[in-house]
Design a protein around this ligand. Structure first.
Ligand SMILES: [Zn+2]
Length: 340
């Protein structure tokens, strides 16, 4: 194609572009490369139609005009939140299905209009609402995945100064339908919870990262006291002789210096978990019978994520998709409690 022909084609297509712009088509972003190109009319009109026809592999697909097409989308688009560019690697552009009604209207003109596809090519800015880096910066959370591979029946005081003794660690329950032991599910979900919290800048401490440990409930509580965390989540699954028992239940201490603070945390956590998972709420229980809660000098919640004796919940608790919802609910609950 001669240079003159190119210019003529460019001029014609340029006129078409102006017509589209006059109709209010949202073209500013795709036009950006023009400022670095040689002239407005030469690159844009030819490269866009070529891109959509690429599978045809016509001789038209000269390497030269195709190049800016592959470079342009990779260049970072200015983010409206300039403080977080590094944390949001540029995503693959998503369809503008959620664009404003006016943008959608202008995105569906005549199908043979080569610029009809432009809005679909436009990148969208990813939502930052719940993945905002730094949302939990400065927050310290303790996670205690309940139980361990082998119970320890040696005894320890149920509370500081108490003469009542309980086993150091019980064996926990197990999935009546999946056969999976509770301690495995607890650790699985706890590790996912840690990752999700850390992604938001949270400082996370675990009482255990393996099932092959021997740490008593008293030791777990003291470990978190010494770390002076803002909140401890003790991750458990429930069990009942009643197969229909179900739902998420939170257990906190009834008395003690931080009992009211524990209640405040539980009241933030429970609705967030129920909303995220769609599970039933079993409620908030205030008890002074749990060693791990009684020895805790920091706000501490025993989270019963569901009943492994209930068929649906046993399967849910072992389903990665549902586990992710539980994690999401706990993260949102922590954020709500911490006012983040
Ligand atoms: Zn348990």
């Amino acid at each position: 194609m001669t240079r003159f022909c190119k210019r003529l084609l460019a001029a014609l297509l340029g006129a078409a572009l102006l017509g589209g712009a006059a109709l209010g088509a949202p073209t500013p972003v795709p036009l950006a490369p023009l400022t670095t190109g040689e002239s407005a009319g030469q690159t844009l009109p030819t490269e866009r139609p070529l891109a959509t026809q690429q599978p045809d592999a016509t001789p038209q697909a000269e390497p030269a005009p195709a190049r800016p097409q592959s470079v342009a989308p990779a260049t970072p688009v200015p983010s409206p939140t300039p403080d977080t560019p590094a944390q949001t690697p540029y995503p693959t552009p998503t369809p503008r299905a959620e664009a404003s009604p006016s943008a959608q209207a202008s995105a569906t003109p005549a199908p043979d209009d080569p610029f009809a596809r432009l809005p679909a090519d436009m990148p969208t800015v990813p939502p930052l609402a719940t993945r905002e880096p730094g949302r939990l910066t400065g927050v310290k959370i303790g996670i205690d995945p309940g139980h361990q591979a082998h119970a320890n029946s040696e005894r320890e005081a149920v509370a500081p100064g108490s003469s009542e003794m309980k086993a150091k660690v019980s064996s926990g329950t197990y999935g009546r339908f999946t056969g999976v032991p509770e301690y495995e599910v607890n650790l699985d979900i706890s590790l996912q919870l840690r990752a999700a919290l850390e992604e938001l800048g949270c400082e996370v401490y675990m009482t255990r990262e393996s099932n092959e440990v021997d740490i008593s409930n008293q030791e777990r509580a003291i470990m978190m006291n010494e770390l002076d965390v803002d909140l401890v989540l003790r991750i458990h699954c429930n069990g009942s002789s009643n197969e229909s028992a179900q739902g998420i239940g939170l257990y906190i201490r009834k008395t003690g210096a931080n009992a009211d603070e524990c209640l405040r945390a539980a009241e933030a956590l429970l609705p967030a978990m129920v909303e995220a998972t769609g599970a039933e709420s079993d409620g908030i229980f205030r008890r002074d019978s749990y060693t791990g809660l009684n020895w805790s000098e920091v706000p501490s919640i025993l989270v019963e994520m569901g009943f492994m004796t209930n068929e649906e919940e046993d399967h849910n608790l072992n389903d990665p998709a549902y586990q992710a919802l539980l994690v999401q609910g706990m993260v949102e609950g922590v954020c709500a409690y911490m006012g983040r």
